[in-house]
Design a binder for this molecule. Sequence first.
Ligand SMILES: *Cc1c(COP(=O)(O)O)cnc(C)c1O
Length: 383
Amino acid sequence: MPRPILATIDTNALRHNLEQARRAAGDARVWAVVKANAYGHGIERVFDGLRAADGFALLDLNEAQRVRDLGWRGPVLLLEGVFEQRDLELCSRLDLWHTIHCDAQIDMLAAHKTNVPHRVFLKMNSGMNRLGFTPQRYRSAWARLNALPQVDEISLMTHFSDADGPLGIAGQVAVFAEVTHDLPGERSLSNSAATLRHTAVAGIGTAHGTESAVVPRSPATVVSDWVRPGIALYGSAPDFPQHTAAQWGLQPTMTLAAKIIAVQAISAGAGVGYGLSFVASQEIRVGIVACGYADGYPRICPTGTPVLVDGVRTRTLGRVSMDMIAVDLTPVPLSGASSTVTLWGRGPRGAVLSIDEVAACAQTVGYELMCGLANRVPVEVAA
Ligand SMILES: *Cc1c(COP(=O)(O)O)cnc(C)c1O
């Protein structure tokens, strides 16, 4: 028998979250961002749940090939564009749309031989200072592209540095709008956080009794032709802990679950695991779970990180080992060997443990936990 650990990808939850993103996006078309192997879920595993998207956005040419291999004939966008000249041949062959963020990419396109002109997304660095042309140089880059026979349509794009935080998007939106106001072409600006928070429409985020989840339309509200949600599709709140995934009406798409493989009854004063960093103050039952940091569960998670045992919320005890975690069975007296432990996602009896809560205990974000699911964990798709 294989180790009793399993990740489950929930196709219906993906479908639901895509629908939530679509509702938040108003009339905009929706790129499903599936970079990093669909945030660790596996492109092939999420495809069915996300096929109602208007396009797939990703970084890697291999991943673009995989999306085409799945039979997807619609738009595919390379979010960082090409990395070398010959990548453009694949763009022509697979009909990929690609971002242009620097002069070298324009040079490559100018040297590219193709019968079919390419659709490109010209990226502005509106303040994040990662990729893109500065506002000062943006229009000349646009003019250069516009003069190339290799170029079909030019869309306009930027990315927000703090759509999930206190700075918001107003400053970057103003810069983008000023520079592009008279340029033709479709616009693409919003990631998950901007889509949910700054293009919020009635019904999103209100169903669960959080008024603050709806940010009223304001000058900072973006009208995009294409939004680019990633994390929201995977059921994690882009602005946790300000809002939870449940408050945004999102459902977990990845569940990591394992079984208890041993139970220890320890008395007051006894410790658990490496370094005996947890010491019992009274007699307790400890479950040993078949999941460790080699499965992608963060080693940094301290005693007290939430887990579900048979759907009941309890906590980890002591250090995370490579292959095992200890959990407190006190709140679950009937649990024992072969009880199901949910490390994140959907547990038995409708219980949910948000990946964002576990990520916060690990001083990181849900993104990193999803992407870090280890190769050795078997994965199942629930259709
Ligand atoms: C990753 C990425 C997104 C998606 O971001 P989320 O925070 O996951 O919604 C959107 N646009 C670009 C350019 C990206 O790189």
